[in-house]
Design a protein around this ligand. Structure first.
Ligand code: SAH
Length: 367
């Protein structure tokens, strides 16, 4: 007897398309990334050298430590509320939060005020976050969505989170903007196609062939965070790869084992991301009457926060080998060369309008 092969997420998606017709890229991305049992984040361990990609907190402890000190500073600027929720969206392996909390102990009043909240879709990663924070002196609460976090002052941190939120894509054709859909080709394989009807509500002027990516989930989330900051007090720090101005171009990419792969080839087995449209996030935040700081390049932000001084401190009692590792991490995080994150990644903060200057950013100009 031949045993049936286990059903993959791709089989499920193909069946849905066969039954219901082509689906939006947004729905496809949501399946591929956060399907409850077969999604990329919910079923795999993406991080590290033997995983699929490496993020800033995984490169060096300096990253999370500086963010912990940023949070301590902003907490005192917003009036040092005696209880503050330190909320991380998409904490991965929990490394950033562990480093941030260790650094935050240098500000004992802040450390005492913190309640840690982790917004995480994956139970697998939540377990790893729990292990990473076991000795941190804080017991985190896990939430599946932002709305579950109790009211009150909160500082939100999101590193490489917004890039994982699903987007819709539209192509400018001779007839107008048409949505790109994921359907089936004649061989039954997943393939991109175009919706028959034109989208009359998209007014953006662009050349034929231009692609527009719209992230409704990112917009909704940014709006909720900013509105909460305005009503309950707090701040947000968002770091991601992206661009400062809404532009036309395809940024959807799939990565597996540190290589780019076809985004439709293996849903659930490869990471899918798009570049974050920081100007769209800034507009969303400003629409709630919050104040937006930046975006600035990650390298600039980390230098403002003192990454050079932090690196010198770490090197003081280090072996030559350890010192070389600190220097190489410093270059990767703050350098602007090829393969370095300093210029590709951007940092943006959101506060109430009364806070004109946030650590790491030049004084905010009104939008
Ligand atoms: N911030 C971490 C991990 C980035 S990867 C780091 O810098 O290393 C993205 C993280 O967001 C993962 O933890 C993933 O499981 C989580 N995630 C992705 N989509 C999500 C969603 N829709 N809701 C909640 N968490 C999500």
């Amino acid at each position: 007897m031949i045993e049936a092969r286990e059903r993959t997420l791709k089989d499920d998606i193909c069946e849905i398309i066969a039954d219901e017709g082509p689906m939006s890229l947004e729905r496809y991305m949501a399946f591929a990334l956060t399907h409850p049992t077969k999604g990329y984040y919910t079923s795999r361990n993406p991080f590290g050298a033997d995983g699929d990609f490496v993020t800033a907190p995984e490169i060096s402890q300096m990253f999370g430590e500086l963010i912990g000190l940023w949070a301590a500073e902003i907490w005192s600027q917003i009036g040092a509320p005696p209880r503050v929720r330190l909320v991380e969206l998409g904490p991965g392996r929990g490394v950033l939060m562990a480093d941030a909390l260790r650094a935050a102990r240098a500000a004992p009043d802040f450390f005492a005020a913190i309640e840690v909240e982790l917004v995480e879709a994956s139970d697998l990663l939540a377990a790893q976050q729990g292990a990473a924070l076991a000795g941190s002196g804080k017991t985190p609460s896990w939430r599946k969505s932002l709305d579950e976090i109790p009211a009150g002052p909160a500082i939100f941190i999101a590193n490489e989170f917004f890039d994982a939120l699903p987007v819709r894509q539209f192509l400018k054709t001779a007839q107008g903007w048409r949505e790109r859909l994921v359907g089936l080709d004649p061989d039954g394989q997943l393939a991109f196609g175009l919706k028959a009807e034109v989208e009359p509500y998209i007014k953006a002027e662009a050349q034929q062939g231009a692609i527009l990516e719209l992230g409704a989930a990112a917009h909704r989330l940014m709006t909720r965070i900013a509105a909460r900051i305005v009503t309950d007090n707090g701040a947000a720090l968002i770091i991601d790869y992206g661009y400062g101005r809404t532009d036309f171009g395809e940024t959807l990419q799939a990565v597996k084992a540190h290589q780019f792969v076809d985004p439709l080839a293996e849903p659930g087995l490869a990471d899918l991301t798009t570049h974050v449209d920081f100007s769209a996030l800034a507009r969303a935040a400003a629409s709630t009457n919050a104040l937006v700081h930046g975006p600035v390049e990650q390298g600039e932000f980390l230098k403002e926060l003192g990454i050079f001084q932090r690196a010198e401190m770490l090197k003081r009692n280090a072996t030559p080998q350890q010192a070389a590792a600190v220097d190489s991490a410093l270059a990767r995080l703050a350098g602007d060369g090829a393969g370095e994150m300093g210029a590709l990644f951007k940092a943006m903060a959101v506060t109430r309008r009364s806070l004109k200057e946030a650590p790491g950013f030049a004084p905010a100009t009104s939008r």
